[in-house]
Design a protein around this ligand. Sequence first.
Ligand SMILES: Cc1cc2nc3c(=O)[nH]c(=O)nc-3n(C[C@H](O)[C@H](O)[C@H](O)COP(=O)(O)OP(=O)(O)OC[C@H]3O[C@@H](n4cnc5c(N)ncnc54)[C@H](O)[C@@H]3O)c2cc1C
Length: 450
Amino acid sequence: MKSLWSKTAQLPEREQLDADLRVQNVVIGAGMAGVLIGYLLQEKGQEVIILEAKEIASGQTKNTTAKITSQHGLIYNDLIKNVGLERAKGYAQANEAAIQLYKEIITKEGIACHFEELPSFLYSQKEEGMQKLKKEAIAAKALGIDAEYMRGDKIKDLPYGVMGAVKFGGQAQFHPLEFIQALASKLTIYEHSNVLEVDEHFVITDQHVVVADNIIFATHYPFPIVPGYYFLRQHQSRSYAVAIEGAGVPEKLDGMYYGIDRGALSFRHAMGKLIVGGGSHRTGKKDKMGGYCYLREQVKRYYPEAEENACWAAQDCMPHDGIPFIGRFSIQHDNWYVSTGFQKWGMTTAMVSAMIISDMIVGKENPYAHTFSPQRLLIRAGYQNFFVDVWESIVNLGKGIFVKKNQKCTHMGCALHWNEEEQSWDCPCHGSRFTKEGESIDNPAQTMLK
Ligand SMILES: Cc1cc2nc3c(=O)[nH]c(=O)nc-3n(C[C@H](O)[C@H](O)[C@H](O)COP(=O)(O)OP(=O)(O)OC[C@H]3O[C@@H](n4cnc5c(N)ncnc54)[C@H](O)[C@@H]3O)c2cc1C
């Protein structure tokens, strides 16, 4: 199943790493985060190479919906309550700065990537949603975002009525692969160069060793279990998208839309098509409101004559406290950096990662580093998610003892669940996925099923 982006952009192939190297910086992973980190490091005068296990953008990035926004669901009112005004402001301002930097890079490099500035809307169809949206608008405004609450009757783009919405001005959308292709053309990237191990300054692939001053893990989910302990700090959630066209389907919208109610849909337009997203669920634990089946039911209900042009799915890491991990990988390694936990908003947070990590490496103070520091303590509100994840891991590790070897995740040994719709084995603990034949599709697992 190919996303609309993969169907409309072909990235040139790159060579495999074919020698041992000594470099200043090695980035592991050539998704949006790895490429942006590589680009900003190079812009700051650093020598960089990127090692990619498969192909450029072949991870989650090729299957995003590519809204560039600081509107990450209903978050700001909660963030102020949970982490205080200063850190909530850090989160908001960093993501707003990321949008500006996209604009600057696209202009400076002259990148044709269907970039469009548009407002972004959070909406609710429920009475109780209105209060939440009103609070969110006040919170976002207090953090410096151009936010306003709107009555539902002002929203005309959606196929159903809504009770209310929060509009963020100055947001954007683009074609992620056209963008990444332009930046990648300026960088040294080795494809099919899977990193198996990292030890101090050594980055080891199956055939070669790269010695680097700094090592940046931009692998979506960091693969080392220890140090960092990221497997205890986040789980993965999967979401689905379809691109539709035809009778009754708008070719262009006045904004990008994201619903806050359970089972709600998201919308944006792209190249004359409408992208509808939804069906989210914890990876490895699909319920009746998760997956393609649910999403297609909704599409059929609201656009009965639509034709499906493309469908795709992706997953992202969901940190317990709602803030990505960007910065030093662990206190044990001064020269290791990480960017993960993008909670389905990795277009802006990949840019935030690039801003923070490149500044840290060149020794420049970054105003947002503190907010996203992986060394922060877990806040009280994050404990509930932590216990849910620990329980899920205990249950599935236990089940893992009794299942066949080829149904046991190669990351930590949890029992895998069969995903009938996508014909894959999915891990409910940390989100690794495997094909029917046992090939690894999504990390953190590094190796195929036995
Ligand atoms: C359905 C869906 C819709 C989304 N829509 C939006 C949106 O509208 N706006 C938004 O901001 N965000 C969105 N996101 C989130 C966004 O797509 C992701 O956060 C982002 O693409 C992650 O980029 P990444 O570079 O961290 O990861 P990836 O793109 O997965 O890149 C990681 C790369 O590392 C490589 N790698 C892994 N392990 C190794 C190894 N050992 N050696 C070498 N290479 C390795 C992988 O092959 C991969 O290419 C969405 C997410 C989902 C699930």
